[in-house]
Ligand binder design. Structure first.
Ligand code: SF4
Ligand code: SF4
Length: 184
């Protein structure tokens, strides 16, 4: 996976013919989906990632099924930036979503990518409104986890119409993420 964010994941200019690396750096500050729990629920650590260092800088590193990971929304994500940018784990260093790739290679202009970000933001907003109409709840879980929990609650309590609406809002978000953000 994953993320970025700081001023962006600056493309590596040492071996990059990217026509627009500076502009690409604007995207991540306006986005944050790969850090804030919209795209991912966890960041799996790789062999070279120091668990001790991550713990020392505040991460709760968990272990399950032989994988070490921390959950999202990431505790280091703050106002569109990664506050541990220099120490971010491998997956964060390597991840570039589709729109970022398209901008750094010149396939897309920045405004097209910003438009895609806005589209996802409106899907997320729709889901947030369904989950939390009063806007008063706070949660440290990823969006997908929150939706899953709510769907189970509503299905159990027979609120089928509400569950259908939420599922459909989630499907629309996932389609958009798949189209413009997720990489294999
Ligand atoms: S999803 Fe893409 S544009 Fe958004 S913060 Fe992550 S790498 Fe940057
Ligand atoms: S450490 Fe957290 S905020 Fe930083 S890039 Fe990784 S997921 Fe994003």
């Amino acid at each position: 996976m994953h993320p970025v964010v700081q001023t962006a994941k600056p493309p590596d200019s040492r071996h990059s013919p990217h026509p627009d690396p500076e502009a690409a750096s604007r995207l991540c500050c306006d986005c944050g989906f790969c850090c804030n729990g919209v795209m991912f629920g966890r960041v799996v650590l790789q062999a070279l990632d120091s668990r001790e260092t991550l713990r020392a800088i505040g991460f709760t590193v968990k272990r399950k099924q032989k994988q070490s990971f921390f959950t999202q929304p990431c505790i280091a994500f703050n106002q569109g930036k990664c506050r541990v940018y220099e120490q971010r784990p491998t997956r964060c260093r390597l991840f570039e979503c589709k729109i970022l790739q398209k901008v750094v290679t010149g396939e897309w202009k920045v405004h097209q990518a910003l438009h895609a970000i806005e589209q996802v933001q409106s899907h997320v907003q729709r889901i947030e409104t369904l989950l939390n109409p009063a806007g008063t709840e706070t949660s440290h879980k990823s969006l997908l986890k929150r939706v899953g929990d709510r769907l189970s609650d509503w299905e159990e309590s027979g609120e089928i119409e509400s569950a259908k609406n939420l599922q459909s809002a989630l499907d629309a978000l996932e389609q958009r993420l798949e189209k413009d953000f997720r990489v294999i």
